[in-house]
Write a protein that binds this ligand. Structure first.
Ligand code: PAF
Length: 280
């Protein structure tokens, strides 16, 4: 496995792969790797001759400096896991390497970033757009892999590739969960013992809510989920929205939409946990 931390060497490796006619998979990450990331790596290895995993805690997508400061960083362990997984190249640039000067680009994602994470974390998706567009330009992969835990992020990135006219195919990969149902996330490591113990209630509530379709209406299901989770003293719902899977806009009735998803963010102490469930 080759570890690269500058653009010059990265471009040379990409050119070599292209010259050899190798297909390239890209797995962008912010490190603190867990089985969720490794499932993306596995999928990418299945589809491509070589894969590049990027590890970069992107400052422009953090709208809260404390969150950026405390984001888990476990580079040595990440490199070990990637080596064991059979990864070909890891790109671990510094902030200066990626942003030699400030990136002032503003992306227009239409309505996609006006709701949920976009509404609650101003500038977050613009920052995601900045880093992912830079990575896709530096690493023009055949396919790039993203986890569906960040449901809205995947929709934004699919829109981004249209905006920047990238040929890379965006591959959506399923959520990987702990045995008690909690969605795997780098942030789980920051939970206190009590918050970790109670966090599985989020997925359990979403799963139960999905059985109500046909009996309860959208508004009642939203209220039920919020009340169910908020009745736990360690958890506080930031939002729970039942949305159309393509437009991400709130739905009125299930029967008026083809794909419907429930997206949630819950504050568990100092940690924001994100999850979602397919209703239809
Ligand atoms: O999902 C993430 O880890 C990040 O948002 C991404 C896509 C790697 C961009 O920094």
């Amino acid at each position: 496995m080759e570890v690269i931390n500058n653009k010059r060497e990265l471009v040379a490796s990409i050119n070599q792969c292209k010259k050899e006619g190798k297909s390239i998979g890209l797995v962008p990450t912010m490190g603190a790797l867990h089985e969720g990331h490794l499932s993306l790596v596995k999928e990418a290895l299945k589809d491509n001759d070589v894969i590049f995993v990027s590890i970069f805690v992107n400052p422009t997508q953090f709208n809260n400096s404390k969150d950026l400061e405390t984001y888990p960083r476990t580079l040595e362990n990440d490199l070990q896991l990637l080596k064991e997984a059979g990864c070909s190249y890891v790109f671990t640039p510094s902030v200066e390497e990626i942003y030699p000067e400030p990136d002032n680009r503003i992306f227009d994602f239409g309505y996609l970033d006006t709701v949920m994470e976009g509404a609650n974390r101003p500038g977050h998706f613009n920052g995601v757009g900045q880093i992912v567009s830079k990575l896709l330009t530096l690493i023009p992969a055949n396919k790039a892999y993203f986890g569906m835990k960040d449901f809205q992020q995947v929709a934004i990135i699919k829109q981004l590739v249209k905006i920047i006219k990238s040929d890379t195919e965006i591959v959506k990969c399923p959520i990987i969960r702990e045995s008690d149902g909690l969605a795997k996330s780098s942030r789980n490591a920051l939970l206190t013992i009590e918050h970790r113990k109670n966090a599985p209630i989020i997925h359990a509530s979403l799963k139960k809510a999905s059985t109500f379709v046909g009996d309860k209406n959208v508004k009642d299901i939203e209220e039920w989920v919020i009340n169910e989770i908020n009745s736990n003293q360690y958890l506080e719902v930031e939002y729970f929205k039942i949305i159309d899977e393509d437009t991400l806009q709130p739905v009125d009735k299930f029967e008026n939409h083809n794909g419907v998803v429930g997206c949630i963010t819950v504050q568990a102490g100092n940690v924001r946990l994100i999850d979602n469930i397919t209703f239809k």
